[in-house]
Design a binder for this molecule. Structure first.
Ligand code: WE7
Length: 156
């Protein structure tokens, strides 16, 4: 009998910057630990604004720089996600507020800040969308890396 899979959904405002990076980074560590068969991993938006779009070019550049594959098309979070996923991670307090507002009554997912797993502290993964360069995206990547490793170690 196959054991039940765990599942994690990474969420931000538009699903083109932070959450596809988090999804790619977590998927990378899950693969590295040969746990791919045990996990369902996806990302989604709280706003139906960039649906169908690829990640921001700066996010793509960041993942290329770190040699981590990323392929995702933006999609809004839907009611079923709140019962299908064990964990739904927001990046900042706005995401958490929106997720709690969007959660249906039968929601069973644990809604958490991804940054709460960061052993180095900063709990908010800041929105880099209106930044000029690549630095904000690099910071997002570094935070996602620490948080995803810590989360995976905790739950497996
Ligand atoms: C963002 C964004 C991000 C902000 N990705 N957008 Cl202009 C707009 C309006 C509604 C939904 C989306 Cl998604 C967007 C485009 C995409 N990371 N961050 N907008 C943002 C940041 C600070 C204050 C206000 C906004 C809209």
């Amino acid at each position: 009998m196959a054991e039940k899979k765990s599942s994690a959904l990474f969420v931000c405002l538009g699903n083109i910057c932070r959450s596809p990076i988090a999804e790619a980074v977590f998927t990378h560590y899950v693969k590295e630990q040969n746990l791919s068969e045990k996990w369902i991993i996806d990302s989604a938006a709280t706003a139906d604004y960039h649906t169908g779009k690829s990640p921001d070019r700066r996010a793509i550049k960041c993942m290329k720089r770190h040699d981590i594959p990323m392929s995702h098309k933006a999609r809004p979070i839907i009611a079923e996600d709140f019962k299908n996923f064990d964990y739904i991670f927001g990046m900042d307090e706005n995401n958490i507020r929106d997720l709690k507002r969007l959660a249906p009554k039968n929601s069973t997912a644990k809604i958490e800040l991804l940054g709460d797993y960061d052993p180095e502290g900063p709990c908010i993964i800041r929105d880099p969308y209106y930044d000029d360069g690549d630095e904000g995206f690099e910071e997002v990547y570094q935070q996602c890396k620490r948080c995803c490793q810590a989360f995976l170690n905790k739950v497996s």
